[in-house]
Design a protein around this ligand. Structure first.
Ligand code: UD1
Ligand code: CA
Length: 461
């Protein structure tokens, strides 16, 4: 258990509507790598070991709290509502009652910047332990074009004098290339007192959190700039920036996978989610999408144009091309799932083959079973879903429909084109289709008659 003055509370500012997103959803619920922006931040804060997280949200943003909690179970996250958006200083102030009696350090983060890592948060916070005992440390980055961001006015060696917003900056200040990422660490004692002294005396008539720096200095305390990496600060204000964040995320995920021993034949065409796991020596061919919740084993071959979501694939399996594995698909070791096969909530056990044009839903396909082309599990009657159980070593002939609930026993054989509505015992043969009715010579007689009729008609004209 950390001592109270080692405790860390993080206030995440997320009350903005994100108008430039042009969306009915709050900005921080937009996703990168299959996870909301706020979810990315919550997950990092869990890694960081924050003892308290307070989200500052706008009215009607319950979903923001839910999304953060889902990404970081076990982390104590509360939400407070900021009704009027009077600026970042005012937003942070809303956390006061939620943090009543809290004694540790306070970090303020922005809800739309998902790439600040636990390591960076930690480094920023460590700045508070520096020899000059700063009351506040601010994460800054050097950028070529500082544009609309707050400029950090320093006096050598990272001592921070104040932060000036672009709109309030003099031409000389505007040239400063060290910008405020918006992430700040504060000594907990006196934090809310410091905030209460912020005044809206600026171009935007807002309570600027950044003014806390100059106010701390005025009170005889130090402030520090801590430099982060150039991607730490990336935030999404509109969908163009959101796509840029996605590109950064994908680039990192692809590199991490390759460095962990996964071959990506065409990295740029493979899309990852935040939680995708792939084992070494697996080869991923071009144009594959890994949705959330996917774990792929070692030595797996994934051919082109496959789509995964909520799926597990065991070692040595082969999938695709053009396979769709939906939530609950579980492909056993060495199994084959081929082209135009859709699998949902179904286990395909070791060595089984489902190679062509099938739908396997709510089912088990036993080890080494062989599912012919076009086999469909009819799992839904328009009201409820039912289970199909196919035993080990069974052989289901092409174009059969297995009408659930139904069982095909171990080693049983289903004749092609069957509609199976009753359980098939182990090792039995079932053929459930119309019997052949063959009329010898019928086709030839039919053709001859039709040809004669046509010739007679022509003559009569
Ligand atoms: C802020 C910083 C700026 C920094 C930039 C980095 C201030 C005054 N300026 O500017 O120095 O370079 O971030 O991105 O802090 N929010 C609220 N309630 C409010 C206002 C804002 O919750 O009343 C939230 C927003 O939802 C957003 C974050 O705070 O997540 C930042 O607010 P925004 O208005 O975008 O600040 P910037 O002007 O970009
Ligand atoms: Ca902003």
């Amino acid at each position: 258990m950390a001592s109270p003055d080692n405790d860390l509370a993080v206030i995440v500012l997320a009350a903005g509507q994100g108008t430039r997103m042009k969306s009915k959803h709050p900005k921080v619920l937009h996703e990168v790598g299959g996870r909301s922006l706020i979810g990315h931040i919550a997950a990092e804060l869990a890694l960081l070991g924050a003892s308290r997280v307070v989200l500052v949200v706008g009215p009607d943003m319950d979903a923001v709290l839910e999304s953060a909690r889902a990404a970081a179970p076990g982390l104590r996250i509360d939400a407070v509502v900021q009704r009027d958006r009077l600026g970042t200083g005012h937003a942070a102030m809303q956390a006061k009652s939620a943090l009543e009696g809290f004694k540790g350090d306070v970090v303020v983060a922005l809800g739309d910047a998902p790439f600040v890592s636990a390591a960076t948060f930690s480094r920023l916070r460590d700045g508070l332990r520096g020899a000059d005992r700063p009351a506040v440390c601010v994460l800054g980055v050097r950028v070529a074009d500082p544009g609309p961001y707050g400029r950090m006015v320093t006096t050598g060696e990272g001592a921070l004098e104040r932060i000036v917003e672009a709109k309030d900056a003099s031409p000389a200040e505007r040239k400063i290339d060290l910008v405020n990422t918006g992430v700040m660490a504060f000594e907990g004692a006196g934090f809310f007192d410091l905030l209460s002294r912020i005044e809206p005396t600026n171009a935007q008539r807002e309570f600027y959190l950044t003014d806390a720096v100059a106010l701390a200095r005025k009170a005889g305390r130090n402030a520090r700039a801590v430099e982060g990496t150039s991607e730490d600060w990336l935030a999404a204000n509109d969908r163009v920036e959101l796509a840029a964040l996605e590109a950064v995320f994908q680039d990192r995920a692809r590199k991490a996978a390759m460095l962990a021993g996964v071959t990506l034949v065409d990295p740029a065409s493979v899309w990852f989610s935040y939680d995708t796991v792939i084992g070494a020596d697996t080869v991923v061919h071009p144009s594959v999408h890994f949705g959330p919740g996917t774990t792929i084993g070692r030595d797996v071959t994934i051919k082109g144009f496959c789509h995964f979501e909520g799926t597990r694939v065991a070692d040595g399996a082969t999938v695709g091309p053009f396979a769709r594995l939906r939530p609950g698909a579980n492909v056993g070791s060495g199994a084959h799932v081929g082209n135009f096969v859709e699998i949902k909530n179904a286990k395909v056990e070791a060595g089984a083959k489902v190679n062509h044009l099938s739908y396997i839903g709510d089912a088990r396909v036993g080890a080494n079973a062989n599912i012919g082309a076009g086999v469909i599990t009819c799992n839904y009657d328009g009201f409820e879903k039912f289970h199909t159980d196919i035993g080990a070593g069974a052989f289901v002939g092409s174009n059969s429909a297995l009408v659930a609930p139904v069982k095909v026993g171990d080693g049983a054989l289903v004749g092609a084109g069957s509609v199976v509505t009753q359980d098939v015992p182990a090792d039995a043969l079932v053929v459930a289709r119309g019997l052949p009715a063959t009329s010898p010579g019928w086709a030839k007689k039919f053709r001859d008659r039709r040809a004669a009729e046509k010739a007679a008609k022509k003559k009569g004209k």
